[in-house]
Write a protein of this length. Structure first.
Length: 273
């Protein structure tokens, strides 16, 4: 699941593969960049901001540029040795290829792909809240942004990247289960909002540097989550069947016993999607 920790890990892959390298070729397979040629450009660094990936480069004219991409639900970057078979995804999903003497980086099904002057990065990511895995993580600011809309459900508020950057549906569900809070609870009624924010940051940080996302401490398949992806399976804490329902534009998983307090809308159906 491409949440903040996945994007952070991806940025590190590109950092190891390309940082300091002078590109020997590029191939963009999106209309807006189809004629762009980065041959001769130097990769300065790879960084993440929430769910956004920023590849910073120096052009042949010494100007600083940033290649921005967003993974959303299905995007990915892979790094290969020169001559190695590209096995990450089907070829028709490739959106960009960056070649260097030591590595080839291939971007699959990337979204919001754009090349902008580095000085203008904020036009793409300036709306984001504090980055849970960023060097400038500010928990107090994240709490302030969440609390600014007290009537909004906590489930929707945690997914809003303008509040805090990096939480996706998996971490939203798991954080709220561990805090014993219903996803439908208004933000203003959450007992300990700073504690909820702190837990979200700890969970993402715990998975930084590995590709298996686990909130339980278990890494084997089927044991990595408490509620996410476990509809109708027994709650690991009380044995009640985990439920799945729409909340806003996304689905949510929760235990109705361990996360009590707020009734679902009358027309809500526990239906699969």
């Amino acid at each position: 699941m491409p949440e903040g920790d996945t994007v952070w890990n991806t940025a590190r892959v590109l950092q190891r593969a390309l940082a300091g390298a002078r590109l020997t070729g590029s191939d963009f397979r999106v209309p807006q960049l189809a004629t762009t040629d980065l041959t001769g450009w130097t990769v300065r660094e790879s960084a993440s901001r929430g769910k956004h990936l920023l590849l910073r480069l120096t052009g042949t004219d010494a100007e600083q540029w940033t290649l921005h991409s967003h993974l959303r639900m299905d995007g990915a970057w892979r790094a290969y040795a020169p001559g190695e078979r590209w096995s990450g995804r089907p070829a028709h999903l490739i959106r960009v290829v960056l070649s260097s003497p030591a590595a080839v980086a291939v971007g699959y099904h990337l979204h919001e792909l754009a090349l902008v002057p580095t000085a203008e990065e904020e036009s793409l990511v300036g709306h984001l809240g504090p980055d849970l895995l960023g060097p400038d993580w500010d928990a107090d600011e994240a709490v302030r942004r969440l609390a600014a809309d007290p009537d909004r459900t906590i489930g929707e508020a945690l997914l809003d990247q303008r509040n805090l950057a990096g939480v996706g549906n998996l971490y939203k569900c798991e954080v709220l289960f561990l805090r014993g809070v219903s996803p439908w609870t208004p933000v203003g009624a959450v007992p300990d909002l700073p504690g909820t924010v702190a837990l979200a940051q700890r969970l993402l940080a715990a998975n930084r540097g590995r590709w298996t996302q686990s909130t339980t401490g278990v890494l084997h398949r089927g044991g990595t989550s408490y509620v996410y992806g476990r509809r109708a399976q027994p709650c690991r804490r009380c044995g009640t069947a985990i439920r799945k329902e729409e909340l806003g534009e996304r689905v949510t998983y929760w235990c109705p016993v361990c996360q009590p307090g707020v009734e679902l809308p009358r027309n809500a159906q526990d239906r699969p999607r």
